[in-house]
Design a protein around this ligand. Sequence first.
Ligand SMILES: Cc1cc2nc3c(=O)[nH]c(=O)nc-3n(C[C@H](O)[C@H](O)[C@H](O)COP(=O)(O)OP(=O)(O)OC[C@H]3O[C@@H](n4cnc5c(N)ncnc54)[C@H](O)[C@@H]3O)c2cc1C
Length: 437
Amino acid sequence: MVPTMKNATTSAAPYVDSYYSRSVKAPPSRPVLDADAECDICVIGGGMAGLATALGLAERGRDVVLLEANRVGWGASGRNGGFVSGGYSLGLEEIEARVGRADASALFQLTLDALELIKDRINRYEIDAGPMRPGIMKASWFANADGMKANTDVMNERFDLGLEFQSREQMRELYRTERYHEGVLNPTAFQFHSLNFTNGIADAAEAGGARIFEGSAVTHMDLTRDLKRIDTAKGSVSANQVVICCSGYIGHLHPKLSRATLPVGTYVVLTEPLGERLQDAIRTPYGTSDSRIANDYYRALPDTRLLWGGRVSSNLSPRDLEKKMIGDILRIYPQLEGIRAEVAWPGTMGYSVHKMPQIGRLSDGVWFNQGYGGHGMCATTAGGEVVAKAIAESDETYKLFAPFGLDFAGGPLGPLIAQCAYWGFQLQDLWSAWRSK
Ligand SMILES: Cc1cc2nc3c(=O)[nH]c(=O)nc-3n(C[C@H](O)[C@H](O)[C@H](O)COP(=O)(O)OP(=O)(O)OC[C@H]3O[C@@H](n4cnc5c(N)ncnc54)[C@H](O)[C@@H]3O)c2cc1C
């Protein structure tokens, strides 16, 4: 039976008030699932992990239904920093320590391929994800010029990244702060409008035949039979295969996946246009993140507003957020005293304990694709391709992620543990800064 179309606004939570929702290109209001549908593959979750999976499957001619509880890109994917670069939340060295050099390289390369695929899809599907600006700078908080230079050479040799080392003097030209030492510019990484991109990927998946339902939270699943049944408040989907991509918003949907997910709050502020004052502080269009574990990341928009992200907390909607975030900006750029926020917003990242995505198969026809943490705009496209190829082509690349399993993330104590870990990281950053003096 073909589900009837109904306006999505009935039960979908609206987008959080943010730079992205204020400037989103009127996304189509997608239907609520309010009948029984059948498909080959049902994807649950309309963030970039789910949408990249759905698009990858649609591109391979498969029959897909995607169910999103709220709106496409409502979660982390449509409210983040908009930085797109290769890699994962877990650093390459740590990945290598766990799986060895060859598999670590293969895992890292997946994200570099995904970066190119994102650019290709933006062109191919004519997605307006602007303003798009090339270049992301890693600004070193610690004095370690030789180490940084050597690491840049190693990464360039190994992955042909074209990274550019920046001396302290070069950094002083771009950033009017004493806080940074040297830097490394990644010229192929870029910044974009993540909500418009996410909606563009949804449009592309629909154009390829995928059916997307918003306001359609999955409330129950029977995954034990050959034909899986997925229930929402008003309808159901029968599917041969299911891919669960709910990340930090998974709640209690699936005991094993929910227990392996640590929902962690993090925040972004958008300032008013700074006009000429921007030049007093930041003289580059590059996105910038510093090298602390508990770091800040920011980018100037073409109209001189500053989009600034940082902080991690178990509190998913803290009070005085604008004030706290402006305070963070002033700690680096005190010369910007007096600037005001236009809007600040929280988002929830879904972390795994090991900080790598969790990608794999739970049982016949039951897949998961989640846990991208704070570094998912590129990696979700990699993960979507890996799962789509596994389902459509019996490709086994997904097995590279097997060492990063569904470890218990602490249950109700998880957010508190994450908060303590963040405070620990801040102390570690202070210690590293003191030692590097
Ligand atoms: C503030 C912030 C800044 C960030 N900055 C960056 C950045 O600059 N660069 C970068 O690479 N990464 C960044 N990240 C991380 C990145 O945004 C995430 O890793 C990525 O978006 C995760 O995508 P996802 O699809 O796994 O999760 P989400 O985008 O959170 O999507 C999960 C979706 O599942 C839906 N869902 C949940 N339960 C159900 C259910 N029962 N039924 C149906 N649907 C359901 C939710 O409504 C949600 O839409 C940031 C994250 C945050 C929060």
